[in-house]
Design a protein around this ligand. Structure first.
Ligand SMILES: NC(=O)c1ccc[n+]([C@@H]2O[C@H](COP(=O)([O-])OP(=O)(O)OC[C@H]3O[C@@H](n4cnc5c(N)ncnc54)[C@H](O)[C@@H]3O)[C@@H](O)[C@H]2O)c1
Length: 464
């Protein structure tokens, strides 16, 4: 659905009015275009203490061809940055597209002023739709309470920067486990690029790889040769996921209910994919999916996108509406995962990506059934990750906020407007924003990402 306010706020007259009244001012967000570089501007690099990711960062910046500048004050690590080939010049206050701070070397809260100096100096220099990335060590793996304390403190910094910088700029914290330094490329490519347009204020954990990490021969087609099942693919977010997977080189199996067959076949035809009309809530759905996958030589990626809402306050909710939502949104996914994994129909090294919701994090009036199902998806992801890791399979979830689809177009006007504006981007996301996040998890280069739940919500105030 079109966001008329966004267009108005960016018109000559609208901009004046919006400024005068102090209303939210959403900017059109930059989104990925085929053939465009990962980042279209210089990156300002900083570090605190004894930064531990310089070599890994230098390799990524070389791989994406980014221009990198060193923060003036950081004289103590500039020789090391130069030795690693990390920075190509000193920053003299020019505008930059991204700020990247390696905070892995911070071991005590008294060092927090290193964060202050870098972000204080650079905050006004970030271009529209710029990026802020802070890299740290997972607090739960730190050697001392003091180190864990300052590492945990990074979360307050990045979440606040996401709220403060505005202008379509997002900010994320990436915890990199020891031994996973060489696993950061797929995540940095995603976060630095416009693919992460509507992701902000997130904490991402990169661990030791599950199975083998394969840097794609062509980063524009990371899913070449892969077979991807997308459920609920006939429209909305599911259709966008199928499209992005096909763009990234995958053969896509598009699934939806038989009633949606016409739309489903159209999506599949456009993408040279296959259409599979199946109600995933049906008792025999897992077995039918195993048979379809085996006939296909196995699948590499499963995207559990299909979902429904049946909203009523708990006192007014009929029990079949509760059952239906929990079954389609959660229990079927558990059954399907179990069947596909046990049969080997999801290949070793496979990926499972689930679609949760910020309702599953924050709860929502009239959505007890939906919130149970979507919080359950998070539970499923986090509890299955270590078990699936033994088979080289990763499992992650995205939790969308307000995304412009038929589902949200049906929301009453006032609630819809609140949903659109109550986030750091002051607008709803597009289905492609969810799809790009799923594509990052699905990549063969993302084997060090498992058990993550990343919100695609423009840093919504709900559940923040
Ligand atoms: N739109 C949003 O703002 C938003 C926010 C948070 C989460 N989500 C989640 O994103 C996913 C997609 O949402 P959307 O907005 O595109 O919704 P949508 O209603 O437009 O699409 C959902 C699709 O799932 C299919 N589906 C439903 N039940 C099915 C079943 N039993 N078997 C097979 N297919 C089935 C539907 O036919 C439909 O094509 C859902 O899981 C939803 O809960 C959406």
């Amino acid at each position: 659905m079109k966001d008329g306010y966004l267009d108005f706020a960016n018109s000559a007259l609208g901009a004046k009015l919006v400024n005068a009244l102090g209303l939210p001012k959403p900017l059109p967000l930059e989104r990925h275009r085929a053939g465009a570089p990962v980042i279209n501007g210089p990156v300002l690099v900083g570090g605190g203490g004894e930064p531990q990711l310089f070599d890994a960062l230098a390799a990524v910046f070389r791989s994406i061809g980014a221009q990198t500048l060193a923060h003036e004050r950081a004289v103590q690590w500039i020789p090391r940055a130069n030795a690693a080939g990390l920075t190509t010049g000193r920053w003299s206050g020019e505008k930059v597209k991204a700020l990247v701070f390696d905070a892995t070397g911070l071991t005590d809260s008294t060092q927090s002023d290193e964060l202050y100096h870098f972000f204080h100096d650079a905050a006004r220099s970030v271009l529209t739709c710029g990026r802020v990335i802070v890299l740290g060590r997972p607090p739960e793996q730190c050697r001392s309470p003091r180190q864990a304390t300052i590492q945990r403190a990074l979360e307050g910094l990045t979440r606040s920067l996401g709220k403060e910088l505005r202008k379509g700029i997002n900010a994320q914290l990436v915890y990199v486990a020891e031994g996973a330094e060489d696993q950061i490329e797929s995540t940095l490519r995603f976060l630095l690029s416009p693919r992460s347009a509507y992701v902000s204020g997130q904490v991402i954990r990169i661990g030791r790889p599950v199975g083998t990490t394969a840097a794609p021969a062509d980063w524009a087609k990371p899913l070449a040769g892969k077979k991807v099942l997308v459920t609920g693919a006939s429209r909305g977010i599911g259709a966008a996921i199928a499209e992005v997977m096909a763009r990234d080189g995958a053969e896509v199996i598009c699934l939806d209910v038989p009633q949606a067959q016409a739309g489903l076949e159209e999506v599949a035809r456009k993408l040279n994919g296959k259409a599979l009309a199946l109600d995933i809530g049906a008792e025999d759905a897992p077995q039918r999916l195993v048979a379809a996958a085996q006939a296909d030589g196995g699948w590499d990626v499963i995207v559990h996108n299909a979902g429904i809402t049946r909203d009523k306050t708990i006192a007014n909710m009929k029990d079949h509406l509760w059952q239906m939502v929990v079954n389609v949104n959660l229990s079927t996914q558990e059954r399907i995962n179990d069947a596909l994994v046990a049969s080997g129909a999801l290949k070793p090294g496979g990926r499972i990506v689930c679609v949760s919701s910020i309702s599953g994090i924050a709860g929502n009036m009239g959505q007890t059934n939906y919130a149970v199902s979507k919080a359950g998806v998070i539970g499923m992801v986090q509890s299955s990750a270590p078990l699936l890791a033994e088979r080289g399979i990763t499992i992650n979830a995205v939790a969308p906020g307000f995304i412009e689809t038929q589902m949200t177009a049906a929301i009453p006007f006032a609630i819809r407007e609140a949903g659109r504006r109550m986030n750091s981007m002051s607008q709803g996301g597009q289905p492609v924003d969810v799809a790009e996040t799923i594509a990052w998890f699905a990549s063969p280069a993302s084997s060090a990402l498992t058990g993550n739940v990343v919100r695609v919500c423009g840093q919504s105030l709900l559940g923040a």
